[in-house]
Design a protein around this ligand. Structure first.
Ligand code: NDP
Ligand code: ZN
Length: 180
């Protein structure tokens, strides 16, 4: 039943959709959360030219460990060591405070595998585009701007991975007046 790339991707997006089914994004329209992982995978395929199915699967699953009841062993048994390894690399440690997690993302970016760096670049690009479109409910302009500055610091550790994605991110930082 997992005989083709297409079937594998459908299994993966279905798993992610079930896991995120009750969640919404922070935009005023409360967009279904699953739009985000699908959009991140689509940035990789459509904009970065990624065809490695394991990386696209990891993109579809990238927020399941962090934001749902999914365990690493569940990902390992369903999707194998390569996909679950990438998802693990891009996931924050949920036992830490929000501030500590944000600080560690900047530090850990440098030490990620190239596959994990690709997923992280696409994740940041998607989230920054989302913020450019409309501010999340309850966010001040200052908080939005602080997010761009923090994202710049994370992206610094991801460079040398995808010239296309890095150029698109740089364009956004420049538009925001955030120096790279
Ligand atoms: P974030 O500030 O990290 O929220 C942003 C995250 O939400 C994104 O990384 C993204 O993560 C997800 N997300 C969901 N919807 C959207 C959307 N529409 N646009 C962009 N991103 C979206 O998390 P918290 O809300 O938990 O805040 C924690 C941190 O925020 C604290 O460490 C604190 O420093 C700071 N803070 C700043 C304030 C200020 O006024 N400056 C006030 C309060 C907190 P994903 O890819 O995982 O979906
Ligand atoms: Zn994400």
């Amino acid at each position: 039943t997992h005989g083709s790339d297409a079937v594998l991707l459908l299994e993966t997006v279905n798993f992610a959709a079930e896991k995120h089914r009750t969640q919404r994004r922070k935009d005023p329209e409360a967009t279904p959360y699953i739009n985000h992982p699908i959009g991140v995978a689509r940035i990789l395929s459509h904009e970065a030219g990624v065809t490695d199915v394991s990386i696209l699967q990891a993109a579809l699953l990238h927020d399941t460990l962090e934001d749902t009841d999914t365990s690493l062993s569940e990902l390992q048994s369903r999707f194998g060591p390569v996909v679950s390894g990438i998802v693990s690399e891009v996931s924050d440690d949920k036992s830490l405070s929000k501030a500590e997690r944000k600080r560690l993302q900047v530090e850990h970016a440098l030490h990620c595998s190239p596959q994990a760096k690709l997923v992280k670049l696409a994740d940041k690009l998607y989230n920054l585009r989302d913020l450019q479109r409309v501010s999340p409910v309850g966010w001040s302009e200052q908080r939005v701007q602080e997010y761009f500055v923090w994202a710049r610091d994370v992206v610094k550790g991801l460079r040398g991975t995808s010239p296309v994605l890095e150029q698109k991110l740089d364009q956004i930082f420049t538009q925001r007046g955030v120096h790279t």
